[in-house]
Structures are given as C-alpha cells and as structure tokens.
Design a protein around this ligand. Structure first.
Ligand SMILES: Nc1nc2c(ncn2[C@@H]2O[C@H](COP(=O)(O)OP(=O)(O)O)[C@@H](O)[C@H]2O)c(=O)[nH]1
Ligand SMILES: Nc1ncnc2c1ncn2[C@@H]1O[C@H](COP(=O)(O)OP(=O)(O)O)[C@@H](O)[C@H]1O
Length: 190
C-alpha cells in the first residue's frame, strides 16, 4: 500500500482554516485531521480530543520532553504542537492527513517532510480578515489586535508554501484544495 499524503494548511487567525477543514472532512473520505495539543483555554463549544487536546503547561512540557510532538510552536502566548505518532500511523495506513498549523511549525514540518503539500489559505483582503475574526466573537479585542499584527508577518511567508488558496467562499476554497490533493495523487514521483 502506498503511503498517504501529508498536507499542511496554514493561514492567519480568522481566515477560515477550521471552517474549511470541517467542510473538507465531509467531502474527502481518505482525509484524516490531525488533532493538535495546546495550552490554549478551550473556546465555547470546543471539545477535548476533537478540536484540540487541551493540556496544562506541565503536560505540554512532558510531551515536548518525551519527543511526542512532530513540531511545536508558541503563538500569541500559547503553545501548540502536533502529536507525532498519529501522523506517522495515519500515513503508514495509506490515508492522507491534514495538519492545520501556523507558519513556524509548518516550516519545521517541511524540513522533516519535504514531500509534504504546503497550502496557505489567504483572506480576500485584510479588512475581510478583521471582520471574520471579530465576527467569530471568540477573542478579546487585545487578542484580536495581536493576532492581526501576527497575520501580516504570516502572510509575508506565503512564498514558502506550494499553493496559495483564497478563501473567498467556503465551497470554492474547498474545491481548490480538493483539486490540489487529487492532482498530487496523480503526480509522477521520481
Ligand atoms: N505549530 C502549530 N500550530 C498550530 C497547531 N495547532 C494549531 N496551530 C495554529 O495555532 C494558531 C492558533 O490556533 P487557534 O488558537 O485555534 O486560533 P485560530 O487561528 O483562530 O484557529 C493557528 O494558526 C493554528 O493553525 C500545532 O499543532 N502546531
Ligand atoms: N469563506 C468565508 N466567507 C465568510 N465567512 C467565513 C468564510 N470562511 C470562514 N468564515 C467565518 O470566519 C470566521 C473565522 O473562521 P474560522 O474557521 O474559525 O477561522 P480560523 O480557523 O482560520 O481561525 C468564522 O466565523 C467563520 O464562520
């Protein structure tokens, strides 16, 4: 059996990564979502083990020290990391896996998995990004401001990715990502 594809999806806070990933999970049977560990406090409606594995700082440090994370990064005051075993087991089973992670972590994954597919999700404009993050209503104004200032730096790193997808409409963005994955499966690899 051939190994699955490792897909990394990054993009600024509020661009629609979570929304697009949920929509893709309903459309792509062979696609598995990597659930990250984080020290961030759960938002209303988020479930442990579904959206994230919510960890204390001690628990997160333990995962780091025991090499249980494929990559990790600090983002706006919290730690986020990808559990390693699940990624490796999923790829071995022949399924594709999508990691929804920020840019520093994505660059670390690229060093370890240069054959991965790196997709950056862009907002139609910075004003629209601001409207989306504010409209979601999950963050304080100070956190929104911090995330928007980080967004500009994140977007400047789009050149490290293989594909840039504008999330103007959810269905259109999903179709673009599905098309990328289909094409990557057809690729002749040397
Ligand atoms: N490096 C890294 N980043 C992650 C991981 N999990 C989530 N992130 C990123 O951390 C950032 C903050 O996530 P979150 O607080 O859920 O806010 P969101 O941007 O609104 O989804 C986002 O860019 C996520 O993609 C991970 O395992 N590793
Ligand atoms: N294409 C889109 N058009 C309009 N609103 C969107 C679109 N994609 C996502 N949203 C909305 O934007 C907000 C942020 O989306 P979310 O998926 O939480 O972003 P992220 O995971 O990148 O932080 C949510 O309220 C979501 O419903």
């Amino acid at each position: 059996m051939s190994k699955g594809l490792l897909i990394v999806l990054s993009g600024p806070s509020g661009v629609g990564k979570g929304t697009v990933c949920s929509a893709l999970r309903g459309k792509m049977d062979n696609l598995v979502y990597s659930v990250s560990a984080t020290t961030r406090v759960p938002r209303l409606g988020e479930e442990n083990g579904v959206n994230y594995f919510f960890k204390s700082h001690d628990e997160f440090n333990h995962m780091m020290a025991n090499d249980q994370l494929l990559e990790y990064a600090e983002y706006v005051g919290n730690y986020y990391g990808t559990p390693r075993d699940f990624v490796e087991e999923t790829l071995q089973s022949g399924k594709d896996i999508i990691l929804e992670i920020e840019v520093q972590g994505a660059l670390k994954v690229k060093e370890k998995f240069p054959e991965g597919i790196f997709i950056f999700l862009l907002p139609p404009s910075l004003d629209e990004l601001k409207d989306r993050i504010c409209g979601r209503g999950t963050e304080s104004q100070a956190t929104i401001d911090h995330r928007l200032s980080v967004a500009v730096d994140e977007i400047s790193l789009v050149g490290h990715y293989d594909y840039a997808v504008v999330n103007d409409q959810i269905d259109a963005a999903c179709k673009r990502i599905e098309s990328i994955v289909i094409a990557e499966h057809c690729k002749v690899r040397g």
